[in-house]
Design a protein around this ligand. Structure first.
Ligand code: UDX
Length: 448
């Protein structure tokens, strides 16, 4: 919405949330308090805020005045009940649709932005139409529902929005579709704006994420084979990626994919396939998630095995807690799963991340590790990278933050307990430098 406001100065954009604390932070004079870290976001917000970009909790008034409402709420995997573990929980989407139905006036275009199971637009349409038919007033309100999935990736969100590969709009109401398209046409050429039917648009988003995640599981599966055979994953992915039909992007082997989308969307796809009796298709996509879980566990097992089969009371430095570089988002981060395994094996963990705060880590450990195990674990958070590494037996690089590729390994060697180890799950350090400092090296997919 910040980018839309930046690119379309004639459009007033208001971001609404029921969470007042969040809205206050978005309105804060101190721009370092914005709830989301994303390169360049701060600059755009400071440029357009209170000009044509507003943040508010006044839901009733703003929906009543809006010509177009984007539903952009979260759709996490259901934790209980029918479809638990696979289906998306649509309670926020449903309650947003009910709120829009309640307050909208005249004609309103409702755009689904959240990633949703195929045919969710139908649910939104039904809620809007049926609550409308209950209206007693003479002048009835009307709605058009469009699907406009978002393909931005975190960490490069602003650039992805300014220069998207494509914009997808699904819907059968030509007037509404061309209105939404005209917003994007302010900065994106028409050829890049694809118009499809509603269901194709919804399914395209799930399929795009499934394909991207599948590439990562594919390369991660080969990383294990490289380690077993003496091949180098970077050489293999380099050679494979040069084939134009395959392409070089999304072939970096790592500790498994994280983030709020990939696993959730694939599980959702699996659920839909099973619902339609397509069990082979469901099994195929589910294996992408299975390989991802296996890769995360593989990393912790290797660490334990290299440290003489035990990490009990050994101090391990965890470098990086976000699910990828350039974001403070930790949802489904491999660091959570790997730390959990390491804690359960008795390790003491020392965390460092340039953008994830101590409070964030504490909150996650409390919810996802301590509560589950019903016991506390020993850990610390260090603002300085070298303080985190001090007296550790091993360093694990779990996020590809640029500063981790510039670590002074000679300095680390002096600080660490011997034999010292570095486990580079992102292949960002120079193995020759590490080895010449005296530290033992392991890199994912690094067979030689
Ligand atoms: C993803 C999609 O890319 C985006 O189009 C969609 O809108 C939302 O989901 P995001 O989750 O923000 O975006 O990040 P992405 O860059 O796709 O990375 C996801 C995970 O895959 C990260 O944990 C990342 O480290 C990992 N990854 C990515 C790899 O392990 N190897 C790669 O080559 C690329």
């Amino acid at each position: 919405m910040a980018v839309i406001a930046e690119k379309c100065t004639n459009i007033q954009v208001t971001v609404l949330d029921i969470n007042k604390e969040k809205i206050d932070l978005w309105n804060s004079d101190d721009l370092s308090l914005l709830p989301v870290y994303e390169p360049e976001l701060k600059e755009i917000v400071s440029k357009v805020r209170n000009k044509n970009l507003f943040f508010s909790c006044d839901i009733e008034k703003n929906i009543a005045e809006a010509d177009m409402v984007f539903i952009s709420v979260n759709t996490p995997t259901k934790q209980k009940g029918l479809g638990a573990g696979y289906a998306s929980d649509l309670k926020w989407v449903e309650s947003s649709a009910r709120t829009v139905a309640k307050f909208a006036k005249n004609h309103t275009i409702v755009v689904e932005k959240s990633t949703l199971p195929v045919r969710t637009a139908e649910l939104i349409k039904k809620i809007l139409e049926e609550s409308n038919s209950l209206e007693k007033s003479e002048c009835k309100n009307s709605f058009s529902v469009l699907s406009n999935p978002e393909f931005l990736a975190e960490g490069s969100a602003i650039d992805d929005l300014r220069n998207p590969d494509r914009v997808l709009i699904g819907g059968d109401d030509e007037v509404a579709t061309s209105l939404l398209s005209s917003i994007y046409e302010n900065w994106i050429s028409k050829e890049k704006i694809l118009l499809t039917n509603l269901w194709s648009s919804e399914l395209s988003k799930l399929t795009a994420n499934a394909f991207l995640a599948q590439r990562i599981s594919s390369i991660n599966s080969i990383s294990a084979l490289c380690e077993a055979t003496g091949a180098e994953i970077k050489e293999v992915s380099g050679a494979v990626g040069l084939d134009k039909r395959i392409g070089s992007k999304f072939l970096n082997s790592g500790p498994g994919f994280g983030g709020s989308c990939f696993q959730k969307d694939i599980l959702n796809l699996v659920y839909i396939c099973r619902f339609y009796g397509l069990n082979e298709v469901a099994d195929y996509w589910e294996s992408v998630v299975r390989i991802n879980n296996w890769q995360r566990r593989r990393i912790s097992s290797i660490v334990i095995q290299k440290l003489f089969g035990t990490i009990s009371s050994k101090k391990l430095a965890i470098l990086g807690f976000s699910f990828k570089a350039n974001t403070n988002d930790t949802r489904e981060s491999p660091a959570i799963f790997i730390s959990k395994d390491l804690f359960e094996n008795g390790a003491i963990l020392s965390f460092h991340d340039p953008k994830v705060s101590e409070a964030q880590i504490e909150n996650i450990l409390e919810k996802e590790v301590i509560k589950e195990n019903n016991q506390s674990f020993e850990w610390e958070y260090q603002k300085d990278l070298y303080d985190a590494i001090d007296s550790s037996d091993a360093v694990l690089i779990l996020t590809e933050w640029f500063e981790y590729s510039r670590i002074d390994w000679y300095r680390c060697y002096k600080l660490m307990r011997k034999p010292a180890w570095i486990f580079d799950t992102r292949n960002i350090v120079n193995p020759i430098e590490v080895k010449s400092s005296g530290i033992n090296y392991w890199g994912v997919g690094n067979g030689s």
